[in-house]
Design a protein around this ligand. Sequence first.
Ligand code: GTP
Ligand code: MG
Length: 446
Amino acid sequence: MSERDTIAAIATPAGRGGIGVVKVSGPAVPGVAKQVVGVLPQPRYATYTHFKDQDGQILDSGIAIYFPSPHSFTGEDILELHGHGGPIVMNMLLNRCLTCGARLANPGEFTERAFHNGKLDLAQAEAVADLIDSSTEQAVRSAQRSLQGLFSQAVHGLVEELIDLRTYVEAAIDFPEEEIDFLSDARVVRDLDKIIERTNDLMSSTKQGCLLREGLHVVLAGRPNAGKSSLLNALARHDRAIVNAAPGTTRDTIELQIQLDGMPVYLVDTAGLRDASDAVESEGVRRTHAALENADHILFIVDDCESKADKDVFVPTKQVPCTYVFNKIDLTGRNSGSFSFGQFDALAISAKYGHGLNELRQHLKRTAGYRDTDGSTFIARNRHLNAIREALQHIVVGRQQLVEANAGELLAEELRLAQRHFAEITGEFSSDQLLGRIFSSFCIGK
Ligand SMILES: Nc1nc2c(ncn2[C@@H]2O[C@H](COP(=O)(O)OP(=O)(O)OP(=O)(O)O)[C@@H](O)[C@H]2O)c(=O)[nH]1
Ligand SMILES: [Mg+2]
């Protein structure tokens, strides 16, 4: 572990701005401050000062703030130098700090140190990155709640209940002479059922949190000329893709992001599915299939003017929601709205005139399981969802062991494993490999 190193990085984005900040964290901070600023600034006070190079020449002027350990973001001594936000001047200031005993920080290293020093748990550390990367206002608010610890508290609450139950079950196993016949005790099953219910609740809030972070990938596929590009433009409310009466207009996949009440949605327009007439089109069709592989939801667009025989041309190869969208109802006179089409949900719309688009938006939200966010939504990652799923699985199996086989030891073991999965979320039980992967996905200076 190189935790005793002193690290430095530019904390503000690359480019030009009114101010830029170089952040230094670690035991060499007082030394760096004395060399660059001349003195160690008074703790937590904004001190206007000159930043000097090794020859005593002024590099820049700005604000220096010193946060002594342990009351800082990382828990270590931190020095922030707020100078002018130009790329060259910022680099000169950073290099100056590097020659005074700091080394360049790795991606996410400030947050990683905060985690190791107990300032944040893992879910909160991830929320720092998610907050910065948020693409909707609802995602920001939810990331803020995760950062404040709302998600971690929910997980801890469940872990507390698991620990209580484990203590009871393990005591009964260890001291059989006490004659607590816990196996026939209805309390255990009752508690287990309560924990299962609460885990299910947590799972559904976590799913919502994942949607806010990851968004929903919706692929628009269909035959040439069905109106895929028209629908993309209508949903995006701007003229992004070329629309033309000639079939085979779109050849490349076109992706853009919209939001539906705070849920980020990535729309992918694709080349129409048919036997391609040239090499470029056939590459386009290959890309359509690749996009379909990565879809969370497929909208299969059908020209409602086509004869019935031509309509049923698509069956997804993957287990994802697929909705048939019958377009151009302004020409056929069909009413907008939803109905069933074989095993699929279907909607009737006119991309050109906007009929049925609200129903389509609601349908996408509903099938994704997205609720409008309220004051309790937190941001989450697929990693968290998987951990909760695994934990739930162990609890359910443990309950089964108890009810069907009277096997108290096996129940105790399943509860222990469930607890471990919950602990992966907050980082109390996480491998170095996982931690490395998480923090290295941050940017430098975070
Ligand atoms: N009347 C009517 N015409 C539509 C509607 N949607 C699309 N069109 C027309 O249908 C033609 C094809 O539309 P596009 O959006 O380019 O269709 P596409 O599915 O993207 O076609 P390719 O890119 O060639 O696969 C254009 O002339 C559009 O103006 C609709 O709702 N009503
Ligand atoms: Mg098109």
